[in-house]
Design a protein around this ligand. Sequence first.
Ligand SMILES: [Fe+2]
Length: 396
Amino acid sequence: MRDLEQHPITPDFDVWPVIVKPAAVRSEDGALLVEWSDCSISRYHPFLLAENDPSPDVLHPLARETTLSPLDLPGDLLISSAELGPDGTVIVHWTHNHPTSRYHPGWLYGNGWFDTPHTIETTVLWTGKNQPEPPTFDGPTALNDPAVFLSWLTALRDFGVARLENLPNQDGLLMQVVERIGPIRESNFGRMYTLEIKDDPDSNAFTSDALMLHIDMPTRECPHGLQFLFCRDNTTSGGEGIYADAYRIAADLAAEEPEHFKALCEIEWTYNNRSKSTSYKAKGPVIERDFGGRVTGIRYNTWLRAPLVASLQEQGRAYRSYRAFAARAQDPTYQMKFAYRPGDLVAFDNRRTLHGRNGYDAHGGTRFIEGIYSDRDDLLSAIRSLERSFTTETTS
Ligand SMILES: [Fe+2]
C-alpha cells in the first residue's frame, strides 16, 4: 500500500519543486486540465499521463523507465475524472477500468502544455565589441566549489566559450577536468593532443603558422561538440587565440544578407582531412538549423573544404555565400583576441564558436598547450545534474 501523504515518484531522477500548487483539476474531453494557484491552466493528453504513470506496473521503480508498449493501452483510453489528493497529488481515474493513477504536482507543472512552449533561451550572442574576452573564472576555486564549476559550465553553454585561469601546470589535470564533465571523445589526433610543431604535420595546427578561424572536425558526421585547450606554459610571443561567435554571424547574415544566409543553410560542402594514415570525409551546410529554423551548428573550415562538385551556377552561389560568411568571420569587430597565459583553460563549443590564432615565434620561447574534445550532450547533462544537486523539493 502506497503512502498517500507522499508525492509519487516521477519518471526521471530530476527534482521537481512544487513552486505552484494545483488549485483544481478535472477531465476536459477526456484529457486532464489543471488550474494552478498562479491562475495558469495546463492540459495533458491521456496517453502522456498513462505512459508516465509512476505505478510499478508501468514505471520500473529503480530504472524509472516505462515498461509499457504504446499498444498496451486501449486506443480510445480517456480520463473519466480527476481529483486532488493530500498535499496536491493529482489523482486520475480512467475509462476501460484502467487502474487509477497518481501524479507528482511539480512534475505535472513542469511538463504541462500552457498554450505556449516552455523553452527558455539561454544563448547569448556576442561580438568582440561587447565580449572582448571569454567569461573567466578562477580555476582552483571552480575545481573546489561545485557552484563555481557550474557557473563556468553555464557560461560555456550560453556564450559558447568560457575560461578557467590560474590552474597549476600539472600532468593529467586537463583530463581530470574534462572527465568531471563527461566522457572524452577521442579523435584521429588521439585521446589528448599537444599543440606542438611537428616535422611532418597532419594539420596546420601543428605548425607555428597563423590559423584562420574555423571549427575542428568538420570531416565528421557529427563534429566534436566541445574543445578544451589548456595552456601549461607559454613564453613565446604572438600566438594569441582568436574566437568569433558564428551564431552571431549567422543571425546578422539572416538579417542583412538573406540570400547568402539561405545558400549557407542549403548548400552542402564536403570536408576531408589531409592525412597519410586516415581519410575522414563528411558533408553538410555551413549553417545547420533544426526544423524550427533555429541555428544548431556551424561547419566552417577553409583548409579542410573539398572541391564542390556541382553546376557552375551552384558553385557560384556557394562561393559567394561562403565569402560573405568569411568576410564576417575575419572582421575584427566579431572577434575576441587574447593571449594564452600559463594556467588558462579555454573551453568552447566547437560547433558554434570559431577559433583561430595568430602565428607565433617558435624560436623565442616555449609553448605547451594540450587539447581534448568532448560533446555538448555531456556539458548539458553535467549542468542539469549539478543543478539537480542544488535543488530541493519544497512546497510553497
Ligand atoms: Fe582547431
